[in-house]
Write a protein that binds this ligand. Structure first.
Ligand code: AKB
Length: 311
């Protein structure tokens, strides 16, 4: 049975992953941490600023964890407005988490992103191993993070594993400060106002995935037989690729009067244009059986149904 420490547990991935891991491994075997405590959580919770390596180590040691899932990080758009803060938080937090994993001999997961690619990367069917010269601070952090995780694996035998996530879409916790966030906001606004103004331009394609598939991918990768993994940091994974028009058309199948307008944000548009249109997940499928179950149609049905009962 695993004993897992999660950083950034109140974030977009963390809030759902914590619950799912507690269902699988038991409530008391999943130690949630975040920089703030918003409400009473069921199960162990500790306040943790990931730039405090000593506290991270102390918590991991106190709870005798054998797995660290490091999620605390700034997303792409926010990182672009505070690049030095992003470097310090994203890289400082990661190295602290890796050091804790090394000292306590823990298995380790941290997400990478399609942001690890850049304008010179092949845009379509982006291969697993390819050019990675991102032009954003977030991307620089993700590439450096992938390399650092590989370094800890080869140098210190820390069992590091990671996924290059596309935009993640969920009805539970909204993302904050990402470039792909429009694909979440559009569902909320479709239900609230039957209208959405997109900051991403028409014809801009990006990879996306519904949160249940992302959670399963993390769990499946962490349970995978290490002997099967030729790659580690990090696997391309994706479920769909669309532009704002395609998601709007899918929403119109349920809300026929839904209107999509544009007011393009140059910062986020430039980031989006530097990322691939669609990545190739063959290595993840072959090495540990990655499979996404939700496409745009299925995701839209579920998102609207779930949000209708919540809004
Ligand atoms: C972002 O938009 O920054 C994230 C990502 C793709 O890593 N959702």
């Amino acid at each position: 049975m695993k004993r897992i420490l999660i950083t950034g547990a109140l974030g977009q991935i963390g809030s759902e992953l914590t619950l799912k891991l507690r269902e699988i491994y038991g409530r008391d075997n999943v130690i949630a941490t975040d920089i703030r405590q918003e409400e009473e959580t069921e199960g162990p919770f500790e306040i943790l600023d990931v730039s405090d390596q000593f506290r991270m180590y102390e918590i991991a040691k106190k709870f005798r964890v054998d797995t660290i899932i490091h999620l605390a990080a700034l997303l792409s758009a926010t990182a672009e407005t505070k690049p030095i803060f992003a470097w310090n938080l994203n890289m400082g937090g990661l190295v602290n988490a890796l050091e804790t994993a090394r000292e306590l001999n823990c298995q380790f997961f941290t997400p990478s992103s399609i942001g690890a690619f850049g304008p010179t990367t092949p845009k379509d069917h982006t291969p697993q191993v390819t050019i990675q010269r991102p032009t954003t601070m977030y991307g620089v952090n993700k590439v450096a993070g992938e390399l650092l995780c590989d370094y800890y694996f080869h140098k210190f035998s820390v069992d590091t594993r990671s996924l290059r996530f596309p935009g993640l879409i969920s009805y539970v916790t909204p993302p904050g400060g990402g470039t792909t966030d429009y694909a979440v906001e559009i569902y909320y606004e479709a239900l609230r106002k039957q209208q959405y103004t997109s900051y991403i331009a028409k014809d801009t394609y990006m990879d996306m995935m519904y949160m249940p598939d992302a959670l399963n991918a993390i769990i499946q990768l962490m349970e995978a037989d290490p002997a099967q993994l030729k790659h580690r940091n990090a696997f391309n994974v994706t479920a769909m690729s669309f532009d704002p028009e395609e998601i709007a058309n899918e929403i119109r199948n349920h809300i026929p009067n839904f209107e999509l307008n544009y007011q393009v944000d140059p910062v986020r548009q430039q980031i989006a244009e530097s990322w691939p249109n669609s990545i190739d997940a063959t290595a993840a499928k072959e090495e540990w059986g990655f499979k996404a179950t939700y496409d745009l149609k299925q995701m839209t049905i579920d998102m609207l149904e779930q949000l209708r009962s919540r809004l």
